[in-house]
Ligand binder design. Structure first.
Ligand code: PMP
Length: 404
């Protein structure tokens, strides 16, 4: 092992970002002003890269719920549920998730990353077959790797390619696990879940969906793309996170198989880590109820999406997918993306800079995520900042015409 070689590789990545003055990991939010504004480098900045889809993080109700839990249950759990026991708030939140999805089993984890790791490490093992969408989140890949299962990818959102892969597995297709997401977080495209699920079921495979970015955002009751696709009763496992629409920290898995609960006895990411803190649990619980009781949040979010999308489209930007809470602008190179990202920041607009290898398909993206908390004035300011950056960069329709 050469530690110095590895450090040199990492320093190279850091320096490449630094050379373009575009290292998002060094952005510091000095003061949070609201769910959609912060002080960055002394400047009042609109946050358009947060995943705070419902904009709940500063609502009085969520803050009160978290503060009450802090005072009533303390600042931390200081141990895992397996070794140290559960707080009643963990159990109550699991029940709320089970009710919300109308399923018999729900488990919560300390993060969404661990929910995927926990499900996969608890469920599949060496000799099992897993087929996942090529654009799957790192936590899904990592869960597959660590589980020791044989895993293969199918072409992103391509049901025919999934069918081909399953066919190639022969008799092993029966009982294989197929994994996809609802809304993909980088390009902002949604999976054709009804088609993918039908193919999986045709071969007797299990079907798992990560709804991290789609909870509270899609479906009549906010249950995600799975609900919008009308297949909630067929999906075997749904995972997700508290760190986006729910404005907290933690993860969950729900299932129509009551046996999911047995994972508590064999899932290392569930067993060997401390359970979520009372404040996080209380905030997530409050926000899940808000999804159930306040459909107007979702409506406001979608009105904001339409406004940003049509504004950027009007500038001639090349948008990576049809309208969704993730509006990603494609640009032609890493350098161009870095330069525009800096200009946006200088104009008081923070978006996500996404460049290879973190991006799918080698794309360079300026990723905006919309929030129900944005005002139309803020959205117009975001569009104006893009316009300004475009003008000075000749980043115009000639190079960025239309949508894929
Ligand atoms: N799944 C997906 C699809 C995600 O995008 C993320 C986070 N970006 C996670 C899982 C992990 O969630 P968490 O931040 O709660 O660890």
């Amino acid at each position: 092992m050469s530690i110095s070689k590895r450090f040199a590789e990492l320093a190279h990545i850091r320096d490449a970002l630094g050379a373009a003055h575009a290292d998002p990991s060094r952005v510091v939010m000095e003061e949070l002003l609201s769910a959609t504004e912060a002080m960055i480098a002394g400047k009042r900045t609109i946050l358009a890269g947060t995943n705070n889809y419902l904009g709940l993080t500063f609502e009085k109700g969520i803050l009160d719920a978290a503060c009450d839990a802090l005072h009533e249950q303390g600042s931390g759990t200081t141990g895992s549920r397996m070794a140290n026991g559960s707080f009643s708030s963990h159990v109550a939140l699991e029940q709320e998730f089970a009710d919300f999805y109308d399923v018999p089993a729900a488990m919560i984890f300390s993060t969404g990353y661990q929910a995927n790791l926990g499900l996969l490490m608890g469920l599949v093992r060496s000799g099992d077959k897993v087929i996942l969408d090529a654009h799957s989140h790192a936590s899904i890949y990592d869960g597959c790797r660590i589980s020791g299962a044989d895993f293969f990818t199918f072409r992103h959102n391509d049901a025919e390619d999934l069918r081909k892969r399953l066919r190639r597995l022969g008799a092993d297709a029966e009982g294989a696990l197929v994994i996809t997401e609802g809304l993909y977080s980088m390009l902002g495209d949604i999976a054709p879940l009804a088609e993918l699920c039908a193919v999986a079921k045709e071969f007797g495979a299990y079907f798992m969906v990560d709804e991290a970015h789609s909870l509270g955002v899609y479906g009549e009751h906010g249950r995600g793309v799975t609900e919008a696709a009308g297949i909630l009763d067929q999906v075997d496992f749904i995972t997700g996170t508290f760190s986006k629409s729910l404005g907290s920290l933690g993860g969950y898995c729900v299932s129509r198989h009551e046996e999911l609960n047995l994972l508590r006895y064999g899932s290392r990411p569930y067993i060997f880590t401390a359970s979520s803190s009372p404040a996080n649990i209380a905030a997530a619980h409050w926000a899940l109820k808000a999804i159930r009781n306040r459909p107007e949040l979702k409506e406001k979010l979608w009105a904001n999406v339409e406004r940003l999308y049509s504004g950027l489209e009007g500038l001639g930007c090349k948008l990576a997918s049809p309208p969704s809470p993730v509006v990603a602008v494609r640009v032609e190179s890493h350098d161009e993306a870095a330069r525009i990202w800096n200009e946006l920041l200088a104009s008081g607009v923070y978006v996500n800079l996404v460049v290879p290898p973190a991006s799918p398909d080698g794309a360079s993206l300026l990723r905006c995520s919309m929030s129900a908390g944005h005002s139309f004035e803020q959205i117009d300011a975001i569009v104006a900042a893009f316009a300004e950056a475009n003008a000075s960069a000749a980043f115009v329709a000639a190079r960025c015409g239309g949508q894929d």
